[in-house]
Design a protein around this ligand. Structure first.
Ligand code: PMP
Length: 441
């Protein structure tokens, strides 16, 4: 017998108003009081029946639009067949199939997989392996980096404006260095050129200045394209210099591809943009097709194939339904020309948004990498505080035009679904430009 065939109804206004009484921070984290009633593909309907074009994709965790029916069906079938499979008990065939499939599409340096529940757990596990494999405690992270909300991953991340304020969390085993930002960004390392090799020179000086002994550093955890921190794409020269620095000191290189992985940058993994061969790679978010939570850390034989005394895996980490959806998502990438569409969307974003830099002195930079777009409002003429005001006004103006973007920082982040038709993105971005004209013009 069916227990319940219907969805819960939408919250009433009264229930909504009462949220403040039960939730931490009253659930008013966002920049506007937006409550989704339902989603379909790249459309979101709010409580009042207004429909918005979704350019957020649930923090880049939903690659093919919300509620894709065939992926939901794959998950449902596995849930009916297995329920969960505790990672410490039984081995489910889907797990090893997924592991082999992942190793087939990621850099050749990676030979082993550990599955996890989400991106946060993957990064946690990576840090643990890095310390075990090197016998060193310190991990180097980056200003503007984001790796999760657990105690370890939150300490690994850092705000941009912490630059020059020392090495936050040093006692907790983390040091931070500047991310290679464009020279015109106020967050760029203070050196001519501001990026590439000079960033790595700056990292050396920075560690020296803070009296960090490189022999105590286990390795580097870095987003190959800075995501939540504002869509920053390092130049190729940075990666060459960083790999050399790692090799010089015996540091492991861990790429956090939780957000960049599974197509967002126009390659299946951002590592392919520069042919990077990392020691570890963290995955999550879109790995589950936007339907199930799943993550993974992949590692070299020397790191993940050598130690068996590193404890990993939580109760729901090897959920068969999540493994099945991850496999089915990889099929979607292969069968449906997703990456070609991402590249077409890249062209649209670049064409429509790049001119904003020339038209408005309040726009510091427009950065596009596939379905990853950042419009930075802080410039050498616009302070962080002024940019925060602009950000708020812009968020409201964009929303009023029926478009949902991530305006939680002073870089407006735009992350369309990877399979959105280019013409629809063009129309939605025209509305964003219209909002910018109103607020900045
Ligand atoms: N790493 C990166 C680069 C992320 O963007 C995020 C989430 N925004 C995480 C890790 C943590 O992933 P999750 O919240 O899905 O566990």
């Amino acid at each position: 017998p069916r227990v319940s065939g219907s969805l819960p109804g939408p919250l009433s206004r009264a229930e909504l108003d009462a949220q403040g009484e039960v939730f931490y921070a009253g659930l008013t984290h966002g920049t506007y009081p937006f409550v989704a009633r339902r989603k379909s593909g790249w459309l979101v309907e709010d409580l009042d029946g207004n429909v918005f074009v979704d350019l957020v994709s649930s923090s880049a965790s939903v690659p093919f639009g919300a509620g894709r029916a065939d992926l939901v069906a794959v998950a449902a079938e596995q849930l009916a067949a297995f329920g969960n499979e505790d990672s410490h008990a039984v081995t489910n065939p889907l797990m090893s199939r997924l592991a082999r499939r992942l190793l087939g599409v990621t850099p050749a340096s990676l030979t082993r997989v550990d599955l996890s529940l989400n991106g946060t757990e993957a990064v946690e596990t990576a840090v643990r392996f890095m310390r075990r494999a090197t016998g060193r405690q310190l991990i180097l992270g980056f200003y503007g980096g984001y790796h999760g909300e657990s105690t370890t991953t939150a300490a690994l991340g850092a705000e941009h404006h912490e630059i020059g304020q020392g090495t936050r969390g040093l006692g907790g085993g983390f040091v931070h260095a500047p991310y290679p930002r464009p020279f015109r960004s106020p967050f760029a390392p203070p050196r001519p050129g501001g990026s590439g090799d000079s960033t790595v020179d700056f990292i050396r000086d920075h560690l020296l200045f803070h009296a960090v002994d490189p022999r105590e550093v286990a390795g580097v955890v870095i987003e190959p394209v800075l995501g939540s921190g504002g869509v920053v794409v390092p130049p190729a020269s940075f990666w060459t210099a960083l790999r050399a620095l790692c090799d010089e000191h015996g540091w492991l290189l861990c790429l956090d591809e939780v957000k960049t992985g599974f197509g967002r940058t126009g390659q299946l993994f951002a590592a392919e943009l520069w042919d990077l061969q990392p020691d570890l790679m963290c995955l999550g978010k879109a790995m589950g097709g936007g339907v199930m939570p799943i993550g993974a850390v992949l590692g070299t034989e020397a790191v993940l194939g050598t130690f068996d005394d590193v404890s990993t895996g939580s109760t729901w980490a090897w959920l068969p339904a999540a493994c099945a959806v991850a496999l089915a998502s990889l099929d979607v990438f292969e069968a449906e020309g997703v990456l070609a569409n991402v590249r077409a969307l890249h062209e649209v974003s670049a064409e429509v948004l790049a001119p904003l830099v020339d038209h408005y002195e309040q726009v510091g930079d427009v950065r596009v990498q596939g379905c990853f777009v950042g419009v930075e409002l802080v410039t050498d003429k616009v302070s962080q505080a002024r940019a925060a005001d602009l950000q708020e006004a812009l968020a409201a103006a964009i929303l009023a035009r029926g478009v949902l973007v991530d305006s939680s920082t002073t870089t407006i982040n735009i992350q369309p679904s990877l399979v959105m038709p280019p013409d629809l993105l063009r129309s939605a971005l025209a509305l964003v430009v219209d909002a910018v004209d109103e607020v900045l013009g």
